[in-house]
Ligand binder design. Structure first.
Ligand code: G3I
Length: 341
């Protein structure tokens, strides 16, 4: 009798799974959000809250993404421009938008060497630890229960993989990283905490050092939940490397988020370049979906109209899934078909 029931349960489970798969095949999702929701994947974009009042921007965002991250609005200089004077106006606007549309919010970033106001770096070293602790406690505390994951420390390694010379390293010492995670955890024990960096999605010394850094933090009992691969690319990534790299974190019990993907192209972008870009996105998403521990895929912006790329890489642009007029690009279709697969 018991085995007959087990067989019945198995049959029902199998037929449910088959129905879901065939639904994706016969009734493919038409938005990224729908396709990602079916897979239980977070798909997100970096947002400038001031742009949310533009109908095309807001519509594209809520239609295609289930997760948002503040491109700049949660950084140190934005939330604490003057000592002790916190300003969450822009970031709160983003959180309210997300709540209304049932989206998750990823926090970026608590500790970084860039976009730190001058009042901080002008301080005496002996005050650095108290400043950072106060900042982290206040910011994570403010968003407690609203931000599901934080980039606690961002880009602590230089391009060779050594600890980057920053105000925080010089004044607090290498322990500033572990301390930051502990302070963030104390302020919101339920938030997932990430180390986030660029250039670690390709083989090299920096990727190794990032792995060792995270592994050592975990071994020391530091509350860390995962690693963020930024994925600012200009070519098709070494996807076999990425798959293996992610699995090394899985063995440590850690998650991976692809946090800031874009693929910059020389302007004006040729058809050939746009197709190369589509392949780059396709491979990244495919590897994320196939990995057992990759739970979020985010692009660094919504539309080519407002991407950071042209300002930082003159002559380059067209790096995102939607063009300057919010038209979906080949990369969009590649990501959608990969999620529908
Ligand atoms: O706030 C001023 C504003 O008052 C002024 O009117 C305007 C004029 O240009 O500049 C504004 O500041 C700019 C800020 O973005 C907000 O728009 C800064 O000049 C500009 O440097 C800053 O760039 C940001 C950059 O981080 C800073 O390093 C980019 O928007 C942002 O996309 C970029 O994001 C980083 C991630 O945080 C970490 N990973 C790499 C990624 C790309 O660099």
């Amino acid at each position: 009798m018991r085995s007959a029931i087990s067989i019945l349960i198995l049959c029902v489970a199998l037929s449910l799974q088959t129905t879901q798969l065939s639904m994706a095949q016969t009734n493919p999702a038409t938005t990224l959000r729908q396709a990602a929701d079916r897979r239980g994947l977070l798909i997100g974009a970096a947002v400038n809250p001031d742009l949310l009042r533009q109908p095309d921007y807001a519509r594209t965002l809520r239609q295609h993404f289930n997760t948002v991250v503040a491109e700049n609005a949660m950084k140190f200089e934005s939330v604490q421009p003057r000592e002790g004077k916190f300003d969450f106006t822009a970031a709160d606007k983003l959180v309210a938008f997300a709540e209304k549309d049932n989206m998750k919010v990823r926090g970026h970033t608590l500790v970084w060497h860039s976009q730190v106001p001058q009042w901080v770096t002008e301080q005496r070293c002996k005050d650095a630890e108290a400043i950072l602790r106060t900042h982290i406690s206040a910011v994570v505390g403010h968003f407690k229960g609203k931000v599901f994951a934080w980039d606690v420390v961002n880009e602590a390694l230089d391009d060779d993989g050594a600890l980057r010379e920053t105000f925080w390293l010089r004044c607090i010492g290498p322990d500033y990283i572990a301390k930051a995670f502990r302070w963030a955890h104390a302020a919101d024990p339920k938030a997932k905490l990430f180390y986030n960096d660029y250039g670690i999605e390709s083989p090299g010394r920096k990727a190794e050092r990032a792995f060792e850094l995270v592994r050592d933090l975990k071994a020391q009992g530091v509350p860390i939940d995962g690693i963020g691969l930024q994925m600012h690319l200009d070519r098709i990534p070494d996807d076999i490397f990425i798959a293996k790299y992610m699995s090394r974190f899985e063995e440590l019990g850690l998650e991976v988020h692809m946090t800031e993907m874009d693929v910059r192209l020389p302007e004006p972008a040729s058809t050939r370049d746009l197709l190369m870009q589509a392949e780059a996105y396709r491979m990244a998403v495919r590897r994320c979906v196939q990995a057992g521990n990759c739970t979020a895929f985010l692009t660094w912006g919504v539309t080519d109209r407002y991407s950071w790329i042209p300002d930082f890489f003159p002559g380059y642009g067209s790096a995102l899934l939607f063009d300057k007029d919010y038209r979906p690009k080949p990369a969009f279709r590649a990501v959608l078909s990969e999620l529908n697969n």
